[in-house]
Design a protein around this ligand. Structure first.
Ligand SMILES: C[S@@+](CC[C@H](N)C(=O)[O-])C[C@H]1O[C@@H](n2cnc3c(N)ncnc32)[C@H](O)[C@@H]1O
Length: 240
């Protein structure tokens, strides 16, 4: 397993479960992550399709390195989420917030997994992506969701009253990953975390959470299975 450390950033190229199980108890102050959704259809064939065909608008020419771990069926995905969320719970200090991205299809399963892993569910923060795929005669699936929860009683990281939803477009030119989240959105979400804390992200992808943590002065522990995405995110985070 590859490990890099600079400043208060620690990065691992490996499987989230293997890395998490080696991390000490109560060693991070927040978990903010964006796991593979294994979404995109109700049949196993649809779920096992190439993530580019599931998550990209048809006709998009841009290609990204392959995204791993996105083809589980419903029950195995939910069970897997509960296992890594349980590891995150163990690794988080008491009072830590958890923020985990999901889409409309996986929202019910993710809320089961979050609570089954021991987290106290506090709510859902919709993320309005603005530029979702139009669908004739149907509502756009314009939002993804951040489920938020805490370990024990939430230790307040701010006295500010935070918004209940965020509207933030994905800027294609800034994307390095098929499912990149905007750094500006992550910066907003970090408001709930302690300013001197360490944020854990077991599914680093192109590094949006890591970049936002560096910009906001948070420590960061990131894990990514794909060597290609690991190299991309390490360089992006290191540059900040
Ligand atoms: C939804 S993406 C994260 C995108 C990221 N938030 C961004 O803005 O770039 C999920 C990432 O998890 C990685 N992944 C999948 N299975 C994994 C595993 N078992 N351990 C660690 N990373 C994994 C995928 O390769 C993918 O890059």
């Amino acid at each position: 397993m590859i490990r890099d450390q600079f400043g208060d950033v620690t990065l691992y190229n490996g499987d989230a479960l293997a890395v998490l199980s080696d991390m000490p108890d109560e060693s991070v102050d927040a978990v903010l992550t964006d796991p593979p959704y294994s979404s995109g259809g109700v049949t196993i064939t649809a779920r096992q399709a190439d993530p580019a065909s599931k998550y990209q608008k048809s006709g998009t020419m841009r290609r990204y390195p392959p995204m791993l771990g996105d083809a589980k069926d419903q029950r195995s995905w939910t069970a897997w989420c509960m296992i890594w969320l349980g590891q995150c719970w163990r690794v988080a200090r008491d009072g830590s917030p958890l923020m985990v991205f999901t889409d409309w299809r996986q929202l019910p399963a993710m809320s089961d997994a979050v609570q089954g892993a021991g987290w106290k569910w506090l709510g859902i923060v919709p993320w309005d992506k603005r530029n979702a795929r139009p669908q004739i005669g149907k509502f756009r699936q314009q939002c993804e969701y951040v489920l938020y929860a805490c370990k024990g009683s939430l230790l307040l990281g701010t006295r500010a009253c935070l918004p209940g939803l965020y509207s933030c477009p994905v800027v294609s030119a800034q994307k390095v990953h098929l499912t990149s989240k905007p750094v500006s959105l992550i910066r907003e979400l970090l408001a709930i975390t302690r300013s001197d804390g360490i944020v854990l992200d077991p599914f680093m992808g192109g590094g949006s959470v890591g970049i936002a943590c560096r910009e906001a002065g948070r420590g960061y522990v990131g894990i990514e299975l794909s060597p290609e995405y690991y190299a991309i995110s390490r360089e992006r985070i290191r540059k900040i």
